[in-house]
Design a protein around this ligand. Structure first.
Ligand code: FAD
Length: 414
């Protein structure tokens, strides 16, 4: 049988896997199965630029010519319902069977829906896909008071976007601080203060008791403790759950994600998993985790393509992430698990600073606000395994560049 790679899911990871397979010289048939109807598109703008100009088309990752020229078949509006591992075939919703020699699961994740009274009312939404963003835009037209449940990246980005669009926005965050799972306390404090200054209300340790209606029409959110907030629109931004049901039913190992090795192989070597749905032992953090970022989706897809093309290389890319909130560009390089101290450089007052996280003497992550030079250098330092001293960090990006230039391997790659 001719080689045939079936990719399930055409988001950032699925589209990249198809493109990278061709770049790696894969000559077999490539079929990308997508349950969406649009060409694969960039997700980050959905909570940022898209709602400001919804009339503009979504930003596609690659245009239609790219898929045609590279002989990548996209089956739109189709769901893979089952994997038949003994037969090495998948079954689509319409009953069609597709054989594979390699299967890539790039099924992503979906918004978590909390078990709350009123969570299914019309006007209570989550944001994941382009059609979610279009729906949100429609609902916004009749909405003045917006309550966002969850002060994570998507919640805070939307809070800024909708405030600029003239809505009264309140963010409810169950934890003591916004972005608590992702950035240093100093960055959370900064974002909190600047968001208040932008006109956003934030209620930290604000737990929702129920979402309420008036004669079936969404009208308010009630907090534990009894406080009631008026709401014409409620956006749930309380995290995502990986789409792993297909893998679990097929008997693949799963643990908060489809478990993969360093080469993106699942417990069945003919099946790989990449992006938001994959759980793996991260080389830097030394623990099993799942990352939800464009970087991880893209780099794992490239890695999987190498594996399929017969040139496996261990996944060693540095984790990085960004978020745009009002006049703040937040960027993080590395993973701060188990960090035991931090060094701050720059000026929060000037809305430009960076937080360097260390575990002992080892640099493990850098969060920055409007300091792109620190972010770029951090990625290179982490990739090269170079840990600067406190004096180096405080001396600024120029000194860190000198450190990098003293490392021959980095010079070759930069
Ligand atoms: P997805 O992009 O979700 O793609 C998975 C696709 O698979 C989906 O189309 C899904 O419908 C489809 N699918 C699932 N099951 C099946 C099936 N059985 N059959 C067929 N198709 C199926 N990351 C950043 O790094 N920076 C940001 O600023 C940022 N902003 C974001 C803003 C928003 C609003 C959102 C939603 C995410 C943002 N992210 C950001 C996260 C980033 O977009 C994700 O990590 C990335 O999209 C993951 O790519 P993926 O291909 O794994 O999953």
């Amino acid at each position: 049988m001719r080689e045939q790679c079936v990719i399930v899911g055409a988001g950032h990871a699925g589209s990249q896997a198809a493109a990278s397979l061709r770049q790696e010289g894969y000559a077999g048939r490539i079929v990308l199965v997508s349950d969406e109807h649009d060409l694969p598109y960039h997700k980050p703008p959905l909570s940022k630029a898209f709602l400001k100009s919804p009339e503009n088309p979504a930003l596609v990752l690659r245009n239609a010519d790219f898929y045609r020229d590279n002989e990548i078949e996209i089956v739109h509006g189709a769901t893979v319902d089952e994997i038949d591992r003994p037969a090495m075939a998948v079954r689509l919703g319409d009953g069609t069977n597709l054989s594979y020699t390699h299967l890539v699961l790039a099924t992503g994740s979906r918004p978590r829906v909390p078990a709350l009274d009123g969570a299914t009312l019309e006007g209570v939404v989550s944001l994941r896909t382009l059609s979610d963003a279009k729906r949100l835009n429609e609902l916004l037209q009749g909405a003045a008071d917006v309550v966002i449940v969850g002060g994570g990246f998507i919640g805070m980005e939307l809070a800024h976007t909708l405030t600029v669009l003239g809505r009264k926005v309140t963010v409810l965050e169950a934890a003591p601080r916004v972005l608590a799972r992702s950035v240093a306390p100093e960055v959370s404090r900064h974002v909190h203060a600047r968001s208040l200054a932008a006109g956003i209300d934030i209620i930290a340790q604000g737990k929702v008791a129920a979402i309420g209606d008036d004669n079936g029409k969404l009208s308010h959110v009630r907090l534990e403790g009894g406080r009631v907030l008026p709401a014409d629109l409620v956006i749930l931004g309380v995290g995502a759950v990986p789409n792993i049901e297909l893998a679990v039913t097929a008997g693949l190992a799963a643990e908060n994600g489809v478990v993969v090795d360093d080469h993106m192989r699942t417990s069945d070597p003919a099946i790989l998993a990449v992006g938001d749905c994959a759980s793996f032992t991260h080389w830097q953090a030394g623990r099993q985790l799942r990352l939800e970022s464009v970087q991880n989706a893209t780099d794992q897809a490239k890695n999987a393509a190498k594996t399929i093309a017969g040139r496996p290389a261990p996944y060693r890319d540095v984790a990085w992430f960004w978020s745009d909130q009002g006049d703040m560009k937040l960027q993080t390089a590395g993973l701060a698990f188990d960090a035991d101290h931090r060094i701050i450089t720059g000026s929060p007052e000037a809305n430009a600073f960076a937080v360097y996280h260390f575990r002992g003497a080892e640099l493990v992550a850098v969060d920055s606000v409007n300091r792109p030079a620190d972010h770029m250098i951090a990625r290179k330092l982490l990739a090269a395994g170079i840990s600067p001293s406190e004096a180096d960090v405080l001396a600024g990006p120029q000194r860190l560049k000198e450190l990098l230039s003293q490392t021959p391997a980095v010079l070759e790659n930069s």
